[in-house]
Structure formats: structure tokens, C-alpha cells
Design a protein around this ligand. Structure first.
Ligand code: AHM
Ligand code: MG
Length: 332
């Protein structure tokens, strides 16, 4: 069978539905997709290209930077830079923002990304990924500022992620459904494989780092207990699945149903995951597919970031289970 719809054409088809579209968002998305293809190659060939291991530095989160983290970051910065459509970038790997180069300050959008999510798994051939979020500047006609990132996720114009696993997948939304693409390495193209992804109303799996159980708050402990208990009415027990790569856990739950939790705990008062380039973009995808995401109380998409590297508790996945956690949190 000859595949007929690749990512580039699909994005253009979506753009044509907006008669006033300038093509800049299309360009940005294509630049990210191009970067994702390069990162996919870097991840697959790192072992014999001297790209495995650590750089010896730590990032703003205090985590050790791997060579592939750095290379993935450089790839996206370079490609987005040459697109000329962004005013400012935030990357997990950079302490401060990256501003558009001289003469290109008129870029309409600001982009936040995690270039290589789950990179602590890199040595073990476990999937890793890239996550991105795109907002329009609050006002056009002026250079971008950090304030342009201090907008709720509901204001996003696009978000998505890639997974580098048994296959390389690209999943994104511009607010008109969630669409999934698979990289055909023989032709170097992303082919449409899942149009309008819809999450089931409820799932059968839960994903949480149980090693942190001693640090959890009572509602989270109660929820995980419930997940394990035999109860016909609640349709429990559920299965436990935790990859330790957010993109992989999220993607499985998005399509097959389930919940992922990285809650606040006694050690990490705001959780571990970052709002701008992990929680918000995935919450946007989850809601677009009929799922939900909360910090325990509020919808992730209603939160207004106050800092570019801010952390947030994250409970995300199919609606039934996310509402269950929210109920338990409110009762306490
Ligand atoms: P990273 O962006 O530095 O890779 O960290 C985020 C990752 C997520 O992919 C994953 O869900 C989580 O950290 C796992 O954390 P832990 O090892 O504490 O369970
Ligand atoms: Mg990450």
C-alpha cells in the first residue's frame, strides 16, 4: 500500500482550514518534526558515534546532562532558529530563554520544549521522547518577553510530542483533535497512522513511581491502595505500568486508557515535572483526546506559570481515574 498522507501535507491541509493563516505555524511545526527526525537518528546511533554518556555538567534542574540531551537541545534550537518564526524559546536544558536573532524579533510565537524526555533511561534502550508547546505572543508588533510564557495552557496554539522507541512516533494537536504519525525510516517521512485519537472514558492501568510511596500525601496513598484492591463495583485491581519515560507512559494511557501520576510529596513539594514543557503540552493533548489533567485540584490547563522552569504535580490520563484522584484530593 502506498501511504498517501505525510505530516507535511497533513499540517498544510489543517492550515488551509484557516483562510487567514500566514503559514508560520506550519513552518514551525515542520521545523520541529525535522528536528525530531534528526534526534531519532541520534538516539538510534549514539552507541557507535561517541554520543553516549554524560557531559559532566548539570542543568538548571540540578540533573546531570547527557550528551544526547545537549545534542537534542542544539538540534531544536538550530532548526527553530532558522525558521525565524519564534520570538523566544525555553528549553529544559537551558537556564535562561533563547531570544530570536537580530532582525527576526517579529516572530509571532514562543515555544517551550523538553528536547529529550526520560533521558535517564538512555543506556537501556527504553523509549525516550521530545515534548513541545507553542503559544502566540500576547501582543504582536513587539519583541517577545518571558511574560509571553506566563499564559495558561488553554491559550496554546499547538502542542505535541515524539517518542523514540520501537518506532518513532509524532503526535500533535493544533486544537482540532490529536493526530498520530509514524516515521517510515526508508523514506524519512512521518506517515499519518492515527487520525483523531480518542482516549477511552476509563482505563485499566495506573503509572506512578511506587518507590516514593513513603513520601505520598494521604489522597495519593488512598488512590493507589484502591488501584490494588479487589472490588467488583470499582472494577479494580488495575495493572501497574511505569516506564519512567513520561512520553511513553502518557502515550500508552492516551490510547489504551490509564492514569499517570507524579504527585507532590514530602520531598518534592511541587512534584517533579515541569509545567511549561511537560505538564501543559501533555495536558493539552490529553484534553483534546477526551482525557483530563490536574495538579490534584485545578486543571493543568488553567494554571498560569510564574516561572519558566516551574514544577507542578501532574495527574493525567483518562477522565474517570483523573476525576477519582481529584475527588479524593478535595475530600482531604
Ligand atoms: P527528564 O525530563 O529529566 O527526563 O525527567 C522527566 C522524567 C519523566 O520522563 C518521567 O516520567 C519521570 O522523570 C521519572 O521520574 P522518576 O525517576 O523520579 O520516577
Ligand atoms: Mg522531561
Amino acid at each position: 500500500m502506498i501511504p498517501t498522507l505525510n505530516l507535511t501535507r497533513f499540517i498544510r491541509q489543517q492550515e488551509r482550514k484557516h483562510p487567514h493563516a500566514s503559514g508560520e505555524l506550519t513552518d514551525l511545526l515542520n521545523s520541529i518534526a525535522f528536528g525530531v527526525k534528526i534526534i531519532s537518528q541520534l538516539v538510534a546511533t549514539a552507541g557507535f558515534k561517541g554520543l553516549q554518556g554524560y557531559t559532566g555538567t548539570t542543568n538548571v534542574q540540578g540533573e546531570s546532562v547527557q550528551i544526547l540531551d545537549q545534542e537534542s537541545d542544539r538540534t531544536l534550537i538550530e532548526l527553530l532558529g532558522s525558521s525565524g518564526h519564534f520570538g523566544m524559546l525555553v528549553s529544559e536544558e537551558r537556564d535562561t530563554v533563547v531570544t530570536a536573532s537580530e532582525g527576526r524579533e517579529s516572530g509571532k510565537y514562543v515555544v517551550a520544549f523538553d528536547p529529550l524526555d526520560g533521558s535517564s533511561n538512555l543506556g537501556s534502550n527504553i523509549p525516550v521522547g521530545t515534548i513541545f508547546a507553542i503559544w502566540k505572543k500576547r501582543e504582536q508588533g513587539r519583541p517577545a518577553s518571558v511574560e509571553d510564557f506566563m499564559q495558561p495552557g488553554r491559550a496554546l496554539v499547538a502542542a505535541g510530542y515524539a517518542i523514540y522507541g520501537a518506532k518513532t512516533a509524532f503526535v500533535y494537536s493544533v486544537g482540532a483533535g490529536v493526530h498520530g504519525f509514524t516515521l517510515d525510516p526508508s523514506i524519512g517521512e512521518f506517515i499519518l497512522t492515527e487520525e483523531k485519537i480518542q482516549s477511552p472514558a476509563r482505563g485499566r492501568t495506573y503509572s506512578i513511581n511506587e518507590g516514593n510511596a513513603g513520601q505520598w500525601s494521604p489522597p495519593i496513598s488512598e488512590f493507589v491502595q484502591a488501584m490494588k484492591r479487589e472490588d467488583k463495583d470499582l472494577q479494580t485491581p488495575y495493572s501497574a505500568r511505569y516506564v519512567g519515560s513520561l512520553v511513553a507512559d502518557f502515550d500508552r494511557n492516551l490510547k489504551s486508557g490509564g492514569i499517570f501520576l507524579y504527585p507532590a510529596d514530602k520531598k518534592n513539594k511541587s512534584g517533579k515535572l515541569r509545567l511549561l514543557y511537560e505538564a501543559i503540552p501533555l495536558a493539552f493533548i490529553a484534553e483534546q483526546a477526551g482525557g483530563a489533567a490536574t495538579d490534584g485540584i485545578r486543571d493543568i490547563l488553567d494554571l498560569i506559570p510564574e516561572d519558566i522552569h516551574q514544577r507542578s504535580p501532574l495527574v493525567i490520563g483518562t477522565r474517570h481515574e483523573v476525576e477519582w484522584v481529584r475527588r479524593l484530593s478535595k475530600e482531604r
